[in-house]
Ligand binder design. Sequence first.
Ligand SMILES: Cc1cc2nc3c(=O)[nH]c(=O)nc-3n(C[C@H](O)[C@H](O)[C@H](O)COP(=O)(O)O)c2cc1C
Length: 496
Amino acid sequence: MDFNLIKRLQIPKLDLGNIEWPKFEFSGKQWPKMPKLRIGDAVAKLPIVQGGMGVGISLSGLASAVANEGGIGVIAANSIGMLDPEYYAKNKDANSIILRREIRKAKEKTSGLLGVNIMVAVDDCLDLIRVAIEEKIDMVFLGAGLPIKGIPVEDLRAAGVKVIPIVSSARAAGLIFKSWAKKYRDIPDAVVVEGPKAGGHLGFKAEQIDDPDFALERILPDVVAEIKTFETKFQRTIPVIAAGGIFVGADIYKIFKLGASGVQMGTRFVATHECDANIKFKESYVACREDDIEIIKSPVGLPGRAIRNSFLKDIAAGKKIGFKCAWRCLKSCDLKNARYCISLALDNARQGILDKGFAFAGSNAFRVDKIVSVNELLQELIHQYQQAEEKGANKLRDEYEKALETLVSLKEEYFIAMKKGLGSLKDEYEQGIEKGTEMLREEYSKATNKISSLKVEYQSVVDKANLLKAELVEMIEQYSLFDKIQIVGTCQEPCQ
Ligand SMILES: Cc1cc2nc3c(=O)[nH]c(=O)nc-3n(C[C@H](O)[C@H](O)[C@H](O)COP(=O)(O)O)c2cc1C
């Protein structure tokens, strides 16, 4: 018999190290408002961008109301000249004239942050950018195409105008940033990633719209990762703003957890008193049901989301509505085969003439049940966000506390295994009970294996608890709100 067996075999130590396990107390605290949105030196009190909505849905009225509340208000430049009664005489000049007028009107009403939304695909894109520069708007949002060629970056920089492309994939974001870095030795200031639940024209193929692989929650982390490389290279923070289907404060909380620093919302802002559209346009949001919202094939060659009505039904049935094209505003417009002019239809809808047009709307438009003020909407979103934050933090704390409980019971199990397993084997030896060496070796090996696996398990729970602890501490520091941490206990002795 080999009575020195136990001494020769290794018994793994359960070293608890100098881990401090703080207790997190949240009760009775006022939860923080949403974090600010920083785009270079422009700081929005609220991380909410009101998406540009054409034709004429977001003008100076809505944009200034949002900016006054601390968000970013955006004027949609697309076909804005249609507001001019002499549109057909002035042609594309009307767009620049009315855009300038709306920027000035908005600036008179607010000192908050304002942007202009311009479609890259429109023929007068550069003229509209020029107006934005001359009027020193805070930022331009460039969508419906890649803002790569001929962007007057130097002039935009000189006027302090931030540039924010709107993309629907990490690939598009990468192409824009790479091309800017090469051509202009500069990068855009932020990026909007718009998912397939948005209203208006969509940057997806029809078959991608309901494909989970193209959902906002899937494409956003890829865009964040893509932008990270440029942030490192240029030593700048480039916020990613998520859009499409964001409806309540909890959606904002969830999308922030996936890496967004801001949200762009359209649908919710349509149903506000300050929205520049006719009341009939807004009421069509309140009245619509889920199955009224459909994907249409726009004459400009892109899918779009809209509320089905008699106009769209007629078009789907093959009706062609003759129109006079003012100046071929969109290069991609299939003029010969177009059954109607989309700018004209959208401008009619803006004026409440819904039998001669239709309302673009996000996939959640059916959830709109009333028209409220911009202030009421934003207060509701803030409140819901705070509730979601509190719920999230409590969940995190519960998980953390559970991990600590698991650590205690694992530790107990470990010591029992040590004492009962190895201890009784040792006793058997000492009492001189006859057993074959092989049997003893087997039993001993079983006991040490169990102890080893308990140790591995213990370590993985320690790692998990540490991660949860770091997340909680970061959250607390971010808001510097709570009376920090109450230390419950520390285990500093290596336990064997
Ligand atoms: C009525 C309407 C018109 C829109 N027009 C434009 C536009 O002219 N240019 C643009 O880039 N996006 C446009 N959008 C998209 C919004 O700016 C925004 O990104 C989108 O609606 C966000 O999704 P949500 O509506 O689910 O909040 C429009 C959306 C709506 C609802």
